[in-house]
Design a protein around this ligand. Structure first.
Ligand code: SPV
Ligand code: MG
Length: 284
């Protein structure tokens, strides 16, 4: 079964799938080990891992390279966050061609103006004209060779404060253009506006959500409301930053590493994670 087919199955099965944001292959390995369903190659995480803000600074090739590293290391299907699609229709076409060729399961494009700003940044968000964005989705869908390769259209109308009607209008346009799923994003502290959207959407396509600001939404309730997939988009990065800060300040405070040895992953664990014995067998 291809990774694209695996991803389709996740979107279409009755239970809500859970995929997790990653920035590199090691993070992807940990996500697989923990038993999650798939990977989200997050533009926020990949940008931050290069010391950059999530402002559309990374090129398509940079996001493809990071996504490919994560994708090759596990058996999990990966959804690649391709921001606004790196330009117009022809850029979206090339993006689909390149990500599909890398055995990535699907891509997600968001309907913001290039260069986009992370959805949680303070300040305004500029949306792309809906018809222009729908044209890009149509071009992307037409460009795929494997019909299982998934094109997700991400609606940012709620993030931009444009309201439910506009979010629905856009989602329907993108579904008409052939989007396989809609990612409806919100930065509210409760899922109320997402629930309203889902009620009006009537399961026209699978729905993906990113519950970063409404983490208390129970998974069973989300399923009952019609959510096919949740993305825990940035938690591995935030966990790493906290853990690294703790250990670095502990080393500074105590003038050495003796105090942290018991609380950090051992070298042996890292040898296991990076499958050194398998590589050594191949070299024997
Ligand atoms: C990302 O993880 O890069 C996303 C999700 O796009 S969010 O940061 O919520 O916009
Ligand atoms: Mg992103």
């Amino acid at each position: 079964m291809t990774k694209a087919a695996l991803f389709r199955e996740l979107l279409e099965r009755p239970e809500t799938a859970r995929i997790v944001g990653c920035r590199d292959a090691l993070t992807a390995l940990l996500i697989e080990e923990a038993g999650f369903d798939g990977l989200w190659a997050s533009s926020f995480e990949i940008s931050a891992s290069r010391g950059l803000p999530d402002l559309g600074l990374l090129t398509m090739a940079e996001l493809l390279e990071a996504s490919s590293h994560a994708n090759q290391t596990t058996g999990l299907p990966l959804l690649a966050d391709c921001d606004t699609g790196f330009g117009g229709k022809i850029n979206v076409v090339r993006t689909v061609q390149q990500f599909e060729s890398a055995d990535i399961a699907g891509v997600c494009f968001e309907d913001k103006l290039f260069p986009k700003r992370n959805s949680f940044l303070r300040g305004g968000q500029d949306l792309e004209a809906a018809e222009e964005f729908a044209g890009r989705i149509e071009a992307g869908v037409r460009a795929r060779r494997n019909p299982d390769f998934t094109v997700v259209a991400r609606v940012e109308a709620l993030i931009a404060g444009r309201g439910l009607e506009e979010a629905l209008r856009r989602a329907h346009l993108y579904a008409d253009a052939g989007a396989d799923a809609i990612l409806i994003h919100s930065k509210k502290s409760t899922p109320a506006e997402i629930v309203e959207f889902l009620q009006a959407w009537q399961a026209r396509t699978p729905i993906v959500v990113v519950p970063t600001t409404y983490p208390h939404w129970d998974l069973a309730e989300a399923r009952a409301a019609g959510v096919s997939m949740v993305i825990y988009a940035n938690h591995t990065l935030r966990a790493s930053v906290s853990a690294m800060r703790d250990v670095l300040s502990e080393i500074q405070l105590h003038g050495g590493t003796a105090g942290v040895e018991g609380s950090i992953a051992s070298m042996k664990e890292l040898f296991g994670l990076t499958r050194v014995s398998r590589w050594e067998e191949w070299s024997a």
